[in-house]
Write a protein that binds this ligand. Structure first.
Ligand SMILES: [Zn+2]
Length: 297
């Protein structure tokens, strides 16, 4: 285990006073997570996360807005968060999975640049009202879902609906039931006031980010129904997502740096690579157009 992380963990007192948790933290600090299989790591993340929330509820230190817990006390639970971060970093998708994800996002960026180079899209975007913008991001989500699907894994688009949320949140991905069951629907909620403040680039990035969550969660769901054959190149990664969802190991941004270590979030943040390729492709396309125009009749 990284020495500085282990020192940090030793120096901070655990905020929770749960002897089982204390045992886990000490074991992690001593031995690190290296020998643990993915499903054990997923279980441990979930256990620590729930212990933190339970403890925060008991002592009333959670930051709550409306009906939702949105934060932990500043600097609180640092030892627990560091432990979750170390565990989450160990949940790695395979190189094959990364290649597949990068390849599909590249295909999406090429397609979008071909239809509307980014500057042209920004101009159109500025003339669009809320409904126009929602229709546009629904179309982006549909294209993304189609491009990720093939004859072996068939993804369905999430319902993209407007929903009032706290400021600075543009979009979220959610379910209206057990995420592993087909009876629960996939939903991407978009905050209308943030949508109207946003550029086309930001809104597109947000819906692609949520779209990646949708794809990852559907891989977990397909695994739950044994729809991904062991011979499928993504079988192992889908199985890891299944463990991750089954044990509810996802860490939202309230877990501070553990959010950026979260395996699902690390993949969803590939929307930033998409944005870069979309810009590059748009620039190439602009040069092509310019060259074409410069040719004599
Ligand atoms: Zn996310």
């Amino acid at each position: 285990m990284d020495k500085s992380i282990s020192n940090k963990m030793n120096n901070a007192a655990a905020w929770t006073s749960n002897t089982h948790l204390e045992g886990i933290l000490i074991a992690l600090e001593k031995r690190g997570p290296d020998s643990l299989p993915p499903h054990e790591i997923a279980k441990l993340i979930s256990f620590i996360k729930n212990a933190v929330i339970e403890n925060g509820r008991e002592n009333g230190t959670l930051i709550i807005k409306g009906n939702y817990i949105v934060g932990l006390p500043a600097n609180g639970y640092q030892r627990e968060i560091t432990a979750i971060k170390i565990l989450a970093q160990r949940l790695e998708f395979s190189d094959k999975f990364h290649e597949w994800m990068n390849d599909r996002l590249r295909a999406l960026a090429y397609r979008m640049a071909r239809e509307h180079p980014v500057e042209q899209m920004e101009k159109i975007w500025r003339t669009m009202d809320e409904n126009g913008r929602l229709s546009y991001i629904r179309a982006v989500h549909q294209i993304q879902t189609n491009l990720f699907s093939d004859d072996k894994v068939d993804f369905i688009p999430a319902q993209v609906t407007p929903k009032k949320m706290e400021a600075n949140t543009l979009g979220t991905f959610e379910f209206d039931g057990n995420p592993l069951y087909d009876s629960s629907r996939l939903k991407i909620a978009i905050n209308p006031s943030e949508l109207m403040k946003s550029t086309a680039e930001n809104a597109t990035g947000a819906v692609i980010h949520e779209g990646i969550h949708s794809i990852l969660r559907q891989l977990a769901r397909m695994t739950n129904r044994n729809l991904i054959a062991p011979s499928h190149p993504l079988h192992k990664d889908a199985k890891m997502m299944h463990d991750f969802v089954k044990y509810d190991s996802y860490c939202s941004s309230m877990f501070r740096e553990a959010y950026y270590a979260d395996p699902e979030e690390r993949i969803a943040h590939k929307h930033e690579d998409f944005a870069r390729i979309y810009k590059e492709q748009s620039a190439l396309r602009r040069h092509q157009v310019e060259r074409f125009k410069a040719r004599p009749e």
